[in-house]
Every structure is written in structure tokens, then in C-alpha cells.
Design a binder for this molecule. Sequence first.
Ligand SMILES: C[S@@+](CC[C@H](N)C(=O)[O-])C[C@H]1O[C@@H](n2cnc3c(N)ncnc32)[C@H](O)[C@@H]1O
Length: 242
Amino acid sequence: MSQGPAEELPPAPEVAREFFGASFSAAQRYGELLADVGVRRGLIGPREVPRLWERHLLNCAVLGELVPEGVTVCDVGSGAGLPGIPLALVRPDLRITLLEPLLRRTTFLQEVVEVLGLEHVTVVRGRAEEVLGTLPPVQVVTARAVAPLDRLAGWGVPLLRPYGEMLAIKGDTAAEELKGARAALHKLGVVDTSVIQVGAGVVDPQATIVRAEVGESPGGVRFAAKRAKAAKTARGKRRRQR
Ligand SMILES: C[S@@+](CC[C@H](N)C(=O)[O-])C[C@H]1O[C@@H](n2cnc3c(N)ncnc32)[C@H](O)[C@@H]1O
């Protein structure tokens, strides 16, 4: 007897067809994978399925409004691919790394990348603080639901190149969280912060993003030394493997 999907992806709202445009079928396929394999493997709760389009696919894809043309992006704690996969679907000009420590999740991410043919997306298994110095620094770090802002910044900001930015999808408490994290962000070399609403006419309510821009020393002095040490270790390891 053939087994049906664990859950059915609801029909797409008209706005999803318009917003994803040429990538709409790929977005639909991703939604189906989340609703079926994602639920079956415990990567997403079954209760999320009815709101996959609005709360997950579209809410993440609208982050693309803030990402500059043609840059490198690292989605920290990508989980089942959010926001990294929807961002990749609407922005084929970007080079995106999905960073995730759990094997069950990176296996799913790799499958999604292959099924959707996302050649501009790479999956890396690891914790942000552990890959520091081994991943090339990126222009933009994205994240959703990974950790409170101060802790997330400690993981994400050191992965940035000078003058890069971290874009964190946050809820209603974004401004408050930012206020509490300001000192920690400053120590990490963040020179400017803002709370921005994106997705007007696409998602309601709009998505709230915390943007943290760094100056010439992402992560501050402490992380510069840590990054240099990790890069040296990685170079030594590569040499020994040759
Ligand atoms: C609640 S999930 C959110 C997943 C996804 N971003 C989303 O919005 O659906 C948090 C994810 O962060 C990952 N994570 C936790 N600590 C991490 C770290 N230090 N570096 C990278 N990822 C981490 C977890 O494995 C998990 O997949």
C-alpha cells in the first residue's frame, strides 16, 4: 500500500505565486517536503503545516528586501532551511551557506538543495562558534529563532566580513531585545543597529528584522585573535591531509 504525505501543504495564496514568481513551483515543492518529510522526521511540528505559506515561506522570503545584490550569506541555525531556503528561492544572485549542527537537519537540507537544484546553496554541518575561521567570512548573516539577540550576535557577528551585517528575524519584542543587547553588540564591533519592517503587501503582520551592522572589526578584538588561530589550525590540517 502506498503511503501518502504526513500532512498536506495547503493551497498557495495568490500572493505567494506573485512573490515567488519563477521560483513558485520550487517554493511549493519545498513546502510539500516540509509538510511531509519535515513532519515525519520531526523537523517541523504538524501544527505549523496550515501556516507554512504565510508564517514560514513568505515571512522568510521577504528578508530578501534587505540583502544587497550578489553577496555571500550564512544562515546560522538554519534548521529545516528557514530563512535560508526561501531566501535562496527569491534571490538566485546570492551565495548562501546553510549552517546547522544537527545531522538529521543537515541531511534534510542537503536533500532539499538537491531536489530543488539550488546550485548557489551549500550546506555546512557545525555550530557557528566552531566553524569560525574555517568558513570564509560573509557579507550577511541571517537567523530566525536561534537564540536571544546577544547570544546570537556572539555566534553570528564573528562570521561577518568587515562592514557586513547580521539580519535577525525577530517578533514583536525586537526593539526591547535590541535595547537589552546593545552593550554586547557594541563589544562585538557592531556600529549601527535598527529594527526594520519588511514584506508590506506580502505578509500581514509584516516581518520584523533586527539589523546589526559591523565596522572594520566584526566580533571585536577577542574574535579577531580567535578567528586567526582557527584559520591557522585549519590551514595546518589541510597541509597534513595533502
Ligand atoms: C528553533 S530552531 C530554528 C530553525 C530555523 N532557523 C527556523 O526558524 O525554523 C534553532 C536551530 O538553531 C540551531 N543551533 C543551535 N545552536 C547553534 C549554534 N551555536 N550554531 C548554529 N546553529 C545552532 C539548532 O540546531 C536548531 O536547528
